[in-house]
Design a protein around this ligand. Structure first.
Ligand code: BTN
Length: 265
């Protein structure tokens, strides 16, 4: 069984070295989706940096209306409330912050080296162990609330994954052969998140993008992008400041793609 079947939030908070992110952690045994709960809290005035963390989600959400499978005690399911004061065209860049923080924290806390797969999956040995769902909400005064939801398969055993993702998804435990401490991962994640989020709000988009590209290795690769019934093949020229893919197809046309799934060719 998992090392820490219920996260000890008192211990986690005591060891946390952040000023804003995770200063308040709302720990829930079971909820529909931490992103949904975080938005409700944000609308009620919860401070920036508030984290909602659940042991289990009954309606965990992924990108493109998918379900995020969230069995109890095995994974990390958390959402961070942010209220960045940056121009709207910079808001999508927050997802890059989360991906880089995720990659660095997993290295620090579990020694694994993950790759970022566009747009924001973290892969270990080619299998997805972490997903990020960023949701933007405009407020009446023109400012934005951003909810960054992060799901990490930590000690999930292979037989807990539904059949349709059994080959593409994995957990840190499956890939390394040993259990990992969810507490150590959350603590490291919130610390790295705070550092990169500060770089982001200070305008350091280029630095974040460069780090993201280094983890992804996608530039120059041939890929297929699949988007609801359509697909585009080409070579990746760049990732722009909003995290969009810039690709050149075989006829020489350039495409900027904001969402979809990629397959390396
Ligand atoms: C994806 O890869 O499609 C994104 C998955 C994001 C899952 C996390 S788990 C915590 C938060 N709450 C949700 O309902 N989704 C995100």
């Amino acid at each position: 069984m998992a090392l820490d079947n219920i996260l000890n939030i008192a211990e986690l908070s005591a060891g946390l070295n952040t000023e804003k992110i995770g200063k308040r952690i709302i720990h829930i045994t079971e909820t529909d989706s931490t992103n949904t709960q975080a938005l409700i809290l944000a609308r009620g005035g919860a401070a920036e940096g508030t984290v909602v963390l659940a042991e289990r989600q009954t309606a965990g959400r992924g990108r493109m209306n998918r379900t995020w499978h969230s069995p109890p005690g095995a994974g990390i399911y958390l959402s961070v409330i942010l209220t960045p004061r940056v121009s709207p065209n910079r808001l999508p860049g927050i997802t890059l912050v989360a991906a880089v923080a995720g990659a660095e924290s997993l290295k620090e806390s579990t020694r694994v080296s993950v790759d970022i797969k566009w747009p924001n999956d973290l892969l270990l040995n080619g299998r997805k162990i972490c997903g990020i769902l960023t949701e933007l909400h405009a407020r009446d005064d023109g400012s934005h609330v951003v909810i960054v939801g992060i799901g990490i398969n930590v000690n999930t055993p292979r037989d807990m994954f539904p059949d349709d993702i059994a080959n593409s998804a994995s957990s840190i435990m499956i890939e390394t052969g040993r259990e990992a401490s969810r507490k150590d991962i959350v603590s490291s994640l919130l610390g790295h998140f705070e550092r990169w989020y500060r770089i982001y709000t200070d305008g350091g988009f280029e630095v974040i993008l460069e780090r993201w590209k280094a983890y992804s290795g996608i530039i120059g690769r041939r890929i297929r992008v699949e988007q609801e019934g359509a697909h585009t093949e080409g070579t990746v020229l760049d990732i722009d400041m909003s995290g969009a893919l810039v690709i050149r197809d075989d006829a020489g046309f350039q495409h900027i793609i904001y969402s979809g799934d990629i397959v390396y060719l």
